[in-house]
Design a protein around this ligand. Structure first.
Ligand code: F6R
Length: 241
């Protein structure tokens, strides 16, 4: 696993954005797996700037986001639909029909999950998957557990994740307790993975990942099973491990 240590969060964001742009240059119709959260915000901002400068083209790309709260309406400003519109989709030339997120308002969640996996498969799988990492080592909303689901599923958020994500909501009670997430098997079949790790509070899961030992108690450690993962970290996260 290659680890790129950047001096700052800004450098991390620019490095990641350049990799996404290179992927689209090599394969314009790439299928991109996308994450939300604070870590990739800088990368999305840089991609939007690159698009304005004519340095990246999303016109043939397809995207699949990793996860969405459940239940939540797509126009709720705390939804991941809303986040992605604001940070990327309305700022670049992705075609609306090529954008996919799990539907947090689906009446039949099981059918929604199966449909989401089918759409990823029909698109030919993920070429480049962008990931963040939870303090507890979660990937997407694959939370630490004795067993993990392979494919897209409805999951309950751990207390740790609810507390951590409360910063985006008016208060902790408003954080949805469940989410739809792509499973670890789908993530691990991505052809290339870029994991973004920023800040001192991510040092511990980063350390666990880099021990090379694999455990569902720290889902990120499963990335050790993947053949082409690049970790982009800032000094704050790296030096604390
Ligand atoms: C979000 C996601 C989560 C986040 C993780 C880190 O789509 O998949 O696994 O990547 O919770 O979140 P931040 O970046 O806010 O620390």
């Amino acid at each position: 696993m290659r680890v790129i240590v950047c001096e700052t969060y800004e450098e991390l964001s620019v490095t990641a954005a350049k990799m996404v742009a290179s992927q689209l240059l090599l394969k314009p119709d790439s299928v991109l797996g996308l994450a939300t959260g604070s870590t990739p915000e800088g990368m999305y901002a840089e991609l939007a700037r690159m698009y304005e400068r004519g340095e990246v083209d999303f016109s043939e790309a397809t995207t699949f986001n990793l996860d969405e709260y459940y239940p939540i309406s797509p126009d709720n400003d705390q939804s991941y639909h809303y986040f992605m519109q604001k940070h990327l989709f309305e700022r670049v030339n992705l075609r609306p029909g090529h954008i996919h997120l799990p539907n947090g308002a689906a009446a039949d969640v099981k059918a929604e999950c199966a449909h989401y996996d089918q759409m990823i498969e029909d698109a030919g799988g993920i070429d480049l998957q962008i990931l963040g990492i939870g303090h507890n080592g979660h990937i997407g909303f694959n939370e630490p557990a004795g067993e993990l689901n392979d494919c897209t599923h409805l999951t309950s958020l751990t207390e740790d994740t609810i507390q951590s994500n409360a910063r985006f909501f008016a208060n902790e009670e408003e954080v949805p307790r469940q989410a739809i997430t792509v499973g670890m098997a789908t993530i691990l079949t991505a052809r290339k993975i870029i994991l973004l790790v920023s800040g001192r509070n991510k040092s511990e899961p980063l350390r666990r990942l880099l021990t090379g030992k694999i455990s569902t108690a720290v889902p990120a450690t499963m990335l050790n099973l993947h053949r082409d993962t690049v970790i982009i970290t800032d000094r704050a996260a790296n030096d604390g491990r």
